[in-house]
Design a protein around this ligand. Structure first.
Ligand SMILES: *Cc1c(COP(=O)(O)O)cnc(C)c1O
Length: 462
């Protein structure tokens, strides 16, 4: 299978073609993403304030808006080689099925045990913690991919790994939990009695099944109250987007090799790390005025931070212990409907992506859950890969675009991020297969409740 330019079904870079640096898109942004603020003083968070939470090297990466490239340490490259370079796939089978003149490509990040792109940042964050001589790290996990990725990275580097897992996932995803424990992580259902903030949330909301924002509060408290520990986060932060640029740099190198230029780049957006990583090198070209791309963020209609959120400073967590970030947000108290499957349930969005979106470099769309699973099923049946529900948001929009091309006759080149596999999401697939899956779109009144929790201070009006 190939087209007239002999483009193979899968483009694999050689190991020595893997990027040797991450690309920091902030260096090319005229409007820099707003800095994190100390919630007490509402002043930008300094290195000194930050280093109690994150390890030093990661604080530097977080604060650096000007250095365009960060060298990837050899030890991290060595780990990357266990599962990278990841393939760039030409979706010939999907194109044929859809009878579209569009050319569809996807960058597949699910080829590792954790099943998603999250390992790209997990190994980097664990590496810098180890290098600083720390004993361990704490984190939260929702659907479980981040916790799994971090457990793998910590096992490799012999670091202690404490994961606060959102209680409903802890109970509904026992296999995820056991993978983490197999890699040596300690997994605690959140909210728990092990932290002050956990006990407070349990008192206020007895019987709560938890949320990502609440697990973050617990993990942060556990890190700052314990000698030799730091907190790590799987998305949203600038440092995480930086590490994930390995996705976009590889995708671009593979495309350049065959003279392919995407017209459209599509990715699902939860906290924004995979999308930010995929688009960074392309967005860099746009920011420097060298090229133009149609970049699309896809989010669930049940948690629509970009399409219906406010662009303001907000808390990153429910317990309000974290710094304030300027981002598109639904309010830190927003909890998506319980029938919402999989990830992409964070109330906010990366500050970098928020700024790019605000400045018109990116579009955003929201899609409904059943339509996403229909697209996932269609994709699995022709391309073979069982996609993660998160990734399937991007599949849905890619298929819609390809069908538009069928009507117009346009031969658009579409690139999307296939961030992971869906093996641990079979409960959601079961609901879909049984016809029991429902869509839920929050009303304006429901969103207003979330907005009411956004902190009020001069300059933060909306
Ligand atoms: C975590 C996750 C996402 C969403 O997170 P981002 O930070 O927005 O990338 C998407 N897909 C998969 C498979 C994930 O595990």
């Amino acid at each position: 299978m190939s087209d007239k330019n002999n483009i193979p079904y899968k483009i694999y870079l050689e190991e020595n073609e893997m990027p040797d640096s991450w690309y920091n898109v902030r260096a090319d942004m005229k409007n820099k993403p707003a800095p994190l603020l100390n919630p007490g003083t509402q002043k930008p968070l300094t290195f000194e304030e930050m280093r109690g939470i994150f390890c030093d090297e990661l604080c530097k990466q977080e604060l650096d808006d000007t250095t365009p490239y960060f060298k990837i340490p050899d030890e991290i490259r060595k780990f990357y080689r266990m599962y990278r370079p990841s393939p760039l796939v030409r979706a010939y089978c999907l194109e044929e099925k859809l009878q579209t003149p569009a050319k569809i490509y996807y960058k597949f990040e699910g080829n590792n045990t954790s099943g998603s792109h999250k390992l790209n940042s997990a190994i980097a964050q664990a590496y810098y913690a180890k290098k600083q001589g720390l004993k361990g790290v704490t984190t939260e996990t929702g659907a479980g991919q981040w916790g799994t990725a971090l457990s793998m990275a910590c096992a490799y580097l012999d670091l202690d790994c404490n994961v606060y897992m959102v209680k409903c996932s802890y109970e509904q995803k026992p296999f995820r939990r056991e993978v983490m424990r197999t890699y040596g992580a300690k997994v605690t259902p959140s909210p728990s009695e092990t932290t002050e903030v956990g006990r407070k949330i349990l008192r206020e909301f007895p019987g709560t099944t938890g949320s990502l924002g609440c697990a973050i509060s617990e993990a942060v408290e556990a890190a700052i109250s314990k000698e030799g520990y730091r907190y790590v986060l799987g998305s949203v932060l600038n440092q995480v987007l930086l590490h994930q640029t390995v996705i976009g740099l590889e995708a671009k190198a593979a495309m350049d090799k065959y003279g392919i230029k995407p017209d459209m780049i599509i990715g699902c957006a939860g906290g924004g790390s995979n999308l930010g990583g995929l688009i960074s090198p392309f967005a860099g070209e746009m920011l420097r005025g060298e090229a133009d791309y149609d970049i699309v963020a896809v989010e669930p209609a049940s948690c629509p931070s970009l399409t219906r959120g406010k662009f303001v400073y907000d808390f990153c967590d429910t317990g309000k212990v974290c710094p304030l970030a300027k981002m598109y947000t639904l309010g830190s108290g927003f909890i998506p409907a319980p029938n919402h499957a999989g990830g992409l349930r964070y109330h906010g969005m990366s500050s970098i992506l928020s700024q790019l979106y605000h400045d018109g470099y990116m579009r955003a769309m929201s899609v409904e859950q059943t339509a996403v699973f229909k697209a996932a099923e269609q994709f699995a049946r022709v391309e073979g890969i069982l996609p993660a529900p998160e990734s399937s948001h991007a599949i849905k929009v890619a298929i819609d675009e390809a069908l538009k091309c069928k009507e117009t006759g346009e031969e658009k080149t579409i690139l999307f991020g296939l961030t992971g596999t869906g093996y641990f999401d079979m409960m959601a697939y079961e609901r879909f297969n049984n016809g029991e899956m429902v869509d839920y779109i929050p009303t304006d009144e429901e969103l207003a409740k979330g907005f009411a929790g956004i902190p009020k201070f001069p300059g933060n009006e909306f």
